[in-house]
Unconditional design. Structure first.
Length: 163
């Protein structure tokens, strides 16, 4: 049975698809591709069915990541099949915990940058949507920095299941 990770931002066209793509690459490179499933969603459904923002795609592809994506909205029923829900900012964290059907489900929600020891107290990944390309590049840097710690945590969980 796969360990499932879902990244969540507001519209699922900027931050969460970026995190999904980066983390999927980390999982694959670590040889965990058969054990860990990675996807993403938004707290809202405004962009359902759309591709990622073209600036997200450009930054991802320039860095060697896959830019293919289709936006969707997170559903509370998903908690039962997801092991870890990664919020991109504290607003998403609060919204997801409110959606959680149980306390156990609410405990599955974590902030991405909490996995980056160098992040300090500011654990939000800023929304680059209303800015220029620099904001998307900054977002990618934050996602990449947190992905290593997240991978270590997920690896520990996956290896714990196998034991």
């Amino acid at each position: 049975m796969s360990y499932r990770v879902c990244f969540v931002c507001t519209g699922n066209i900027c931050r969460s698809p970026m995190a999904e793509s980066v983390f999927r690459a980390r999982v694959r490179d670590a040889g965990l591709g058969d054990l860990v499933q990675v996807d993403s969603a938004g707290t809202g459904g405004w962009h359902e069915g759309d591709g990622a923002d073209p600036r997200t795609v450009a930054v991802l592809e320039e860095a060697g990541y896959d830019g293919a994506h289709t936006a969707r909205q997170f559903q509370p029923s998903w908690f039962s099949r997801i092991d870890l829900v990664i919020a991109l900012d504290s607003g998403h964290l609060r919204a997801l915990r409110r959606l959680a059907p149980t306390q156990e489900d609410a405990a599955k929600v974590r902030l991405l940058r909490s996995y980056d020891a160098a992040a300090g107290d500011d654990l939000d990944v800023p929304d680059p949507y209303y800015g220029d390309l620099d904001g998307f590049e900054e977002c990618l840097e934050m996602v990449e920095a947190a992905s290593e710690g997240l991978l270590a945590a997920v690896r520990e969980q996956v290896e714990g299941r196998a034991a």
